[in-house]
Design a protein around this ligand. Structure first.
Ligand code: SF4
Length: 259
């Protein structure tokens, strides 16, 4: 064997051992701006990358995870600015405005609907049409102001004709919602409507079976009531909505008082 080949084999073996040790000591091999630089998992969570995408490569050279810059956002404003041009699903091409969310970035309560409608798409703000006005009234009647809670949707772009979101659209967009929730870290989440409940809780149970209970989404407590747009079509659901909201308020106050 010539010496060049031998050197190559030795170099490959050294790299293999080095990556093996790093892999099992919790360090990861990251391809970033400084190609080949090393960061621990802890450093990854606390520092911002200086390149749009980070790849995690295992000791065999396989790319296992793709981390994107927005995952490192440290505020809602920063996250919004990083994702507002998103084209990850087909809805990016048909929306008028990206609808991120609105409200108190430190809110105890986050209200989540399924997707922007026509008014929201036109104005770039969630729950601003008739359904939004009704939501404001419901919140006020329960003792919450719109500006004190945080309001958003699972999807940030409007499905054409207000059709239900497709599973692949929810899959593409839900990580943004998860990041919003991580940044806000609310005490209680209010999900509006069957589609939002099905999408987040991965259940096919009818809304009536989901209402009146505290559910769990990734560690956050979640309650469910009717979507205000559904109340506009079916006014007889206003009473059960009011009962849901009284229960929601009671649970929230219990959480606050037991702090
Ligand atoms: S719906 Fe979400 S994933 Fe799809 S384009 Fe809009 S922001 Fe991106």
């Amino acid at each position: 064997m010539d010496s060049g080949k031998l050197k190559e084999i030795i170099s490959q073996t050294e790299n293999y051992i080095q990556n093996f040790n790093r892999f099992y000591s919790g360090s990861l091999y990251i391809e970033g701006t400084n190609k080949g630089s090393l960061q621990t998992t802890k450093e990854l969570k606390s520092s911002k990358p200086n390149k749009e995408a980070l790849k995690e490569v295992d000791l065999f050279g396989n790319e296992t995870i793709k981390m994107e810059e927005w995952e490192f956002a440290e505020s809602l404003d920063e996250l919004n600015s990083m994702i507002c041009n998103c084209q990850k699903c087909a809805l990016g091409a048909t929306r008028t405005n990206f609808v991120f969310g609105v409200g108190n970035p430190k809110a105890d309560i986050v209200v989540i609907g399924e997707a922007p409608g026509a008014d929201e798409d036109a104005q770039g703000e969630p729950f601003v049409g008739r359904a939004g006005q009704l939501l404001n009234k419901i919140l006020e009647a329960t003792g919450f102001k719109r500006e004190d809670v945080y309001i958003c949707n699972i999807l940030k772009s409007r499905p054409p004709g207000n059709r239900n979101p497709l599973p692949e659209e929810i899959e593409a967009c839900k990580p943004y919602l998860d990041k919003q929730l991580k940044l806000i870290n609310p005490k209680l989440i209010l999900l509006l409507g069957r589609v939002a409940a099905e999408s987040l809780l991965k259940t096919r149970e009818p809304l009536n079976k989901l209402r009146g209970k505290v559910h769990n989404y990734k560690g956050w407590k979640v309650m469910i009531t009717f979507h205000p747009a559904a109340l506009l079509r079916n006014p007889h659901w206003k009473r059960p909505t009011w009962e849901d909201m009284l229960q929601f308020k009671a649970i929230y106050e219990e959480m606050i008082s037991s702090k």
